[in-house]
Design a protein around this ligand. Sequence first.
Ligand SMILES: C[S@@+](CC[C@H](N)C(=O)[O-])C[C@H]1O[C@@H](n2cnc3c(N)ncnc32)[C@H](O)[C@@H]1O
Length: 210
Amino acid sequence: MRDASTQLLAKKYRVTSWFYDILDYPWERQYRHWRPLLLNNVEGEVLEAGVGTGRNLRYYSSTAHVTGVDLSSEMLAIAKKRARQARCSVTLMPQDALHLRDLPSAHFDWYIATFLYCVLPDELQPRALEEMIRVLKPGGRFKLLEIVYSKDETLRRRQEFLALLVEKLYGARFDRHTLEYLREKNSIEILSTRFLKADTYLLIEGRKKF
Ligand SMILES: C[S@@+](CC[C@H](N)C(=O)[O-])C[C@H]1O[C@@H](n2cnc3c(N)ncnc32)[C@H](O)[C@@H]1O
């Protein structure tokens, strides 16, 4: 049984999927430079949570087998077309990141999520992270790319101006606390945190402890 907020997100993306790629185009113009850099060392069994329309798929190496999951079947339908451009093998399945019911424990070498945690409500994040930890092998790695509020006043004002629209369309917010929730988990270590642009696009890398 899904949470009410998860059901709302699924409903939102049923509509947003119609125009997601067009809407996201101005941002995708910069993301497409980051995605290959983000994924170039990712190999083996990979779980991509919140795979969306499959924007990352073409950048995985041929040594990866990617399982892409998403709440929205409509987003997955677009990802399925994009999977044809991938060098890696791809399996796509509708699955809630909070409850990866069809995925075995300790199976994945990598867990990748780009712009998923800024969409997941704060109260659900610890559960999604628990699932990430469950499905990762001991020593398995993760990368989370998220967008957060800037400390720069001008930039923050711009983000605040867009916040309502961004939440309405994507369910995304700039004030999630993903890094704090990760720090509370004893079974993982955070290897690095860095911004890809200004102090807004935060890349968190880590590992499940042995
Ligand atoms: C902002 S989009 C990002 C898509 C993609 N990762 C990218 O980089 O372009 C967020 C995606 O997360 C999915 N999503 C939201 N909540 C989810 C959940 N609980 N489980 C799985 N996917 C979820 C949405 O359906 C949507 O496709």
